[in-house]
Design a protein around this ligand. Structure first.
Ligand code: 2AM
Ligand code: CA
Length: 304
């Protein structure tokens, strides 16, 4: 409609009131751009996992059975993560437990390593000890990692050289590995794979002097080592998507991650030489206890 010269135009009031940022959103936007992006990615992907977990808890899973239901939840979470990453970082490679490898384009040196549900069996049994694990690698080096349990809302994050943190409703807490020095006072965890690979280890654990747990999620166990809740986590046959984010978290919290023979690079850890995440004080004590000379570690099927 033409505007008549003398017509007074009063600007319309802007009815779109900008929503105030929540305290949590403010904190996320104060992170580095990389971590900010990663936290948003896992939160985005985790929303549907919470709904799926509730259905499993209430036994409302489809007639096809919980196995299929979990596979679908795994795939759907992965799809959301991949889509989220591809939208902003289309050139980077992706390495995931479910979809395998999406190669880099235009010589990007970055790889996103993800496990959409680490702790699948816990998820399947409605035990809220599972997590999305997301790591960013530049070449062979893990430069950032996030581990997120969407049910408990625990979110652990680390960036190379910047420390490891747990996001909590009242602020972020810097993580430090445990200060305990005595094996008999410590909390030691594994998954069942290690127990199957060292002769006599199960017997020694039954008669052990420390608290022992089989946990079912490598990623969360590593986060708990970083947080000083677990003093030791050891296992065999880790895959890169189980390990990458937690590997950085433990190191940034002052701990060590190595093979049972002492090699600290991730390549060696992934080559079936066992993984050990602990503190400097506890390292020799637990290695003497495990006695890896008795190890009969079998090659894992997936070779990544
Ligand atoms: P997942 O839940 O993603 O399968 C305990 O089972 C831990 O070991 C979990 O972190 C689990 O990852 C991982 N895991 C499952 N199958 C495995 C296998 N064949 N070899 C090594 N780790 C495995
Ligand atoms: Ca896994």
């Amino acid at each position: 409609m033409p505007i008549i010269a003398h017509q007074k135009i009063t600007p319309r009031k802007n009815t779109m009131v900008k929503r105030k940022e929540t305290r949590e959103e403010k904190r996320i936007s104060s992170l580095s751009p990389t971590l900010n992006f990663m936290v948003k990615a896992v939160r985005h992907a985790g929303a549907s996992l919470v709904r799926d977990f509730r259905e499993i808890s209430q036994l409302q899973v489809s007639r096809k059975g919980p196995g299929d239901f979990v596979t679908n939840a795994d795939l759907f979470t992965e799809k959301k993560l991949v889509e989220f990453i591809k939208k902003t970082r289309p050139n980077d490679a992706i390495l995931s437990e479910e979809c395998g490898e999406v190669p880099a384009q235009n010589a990007s040196p970055y790889t996103w390593v993800m496990d959409p549900i680490d702790g699948t069996n816990n998820f399947l049994h409605a035990i809220p000890f599972f997590a999305i694990s997301l790591a960013l690698m530049r070449g062979d080096e893990v430069i950032a990692g996030v581990i997120y349990n969407p049910v408990t809302n625990e979110l652990y994050y680390a960036e190379k050289g910047q420390g490891a943190f747990l996001m909590t409703p009242t602020g972020d807490v810097r993580l430090r590995v445990s200060g305990r020095k005595k094996l008999e006072e410590s909390m030691v965890a594994t998954n069942s794979y290690a127990l199957r690979t060292v002769n006599g280890l199960t017997d020694r654990i039954i008669n052990n002097p420390f608290c022992f747990r089989c946990v079912g999620s490598t990623a969360l166990a590593l986060a708990q080592v970083a947080a000083g809740q677990l003093d030791v986590f050891f296992d065999c046959r880790c895959h890169i998507w189980d390990l990458a984010a937690g590997y950085l978290l433990v190191q940034e919290a002052g701990g060590i991650v190595q093979t049972w023979n002492g090699e600290k690079d991730m390549g060696s850890i992934l080559k079936d030489n066992g993984v050990l995440a602990t503190t400097l004080d506890m390292r020799e004590k637990i290695l003497n206890f495990i006695n890896p000379k008795e190890k009969t570690c079998k090659k894992k099927k997936k070779s990544v």
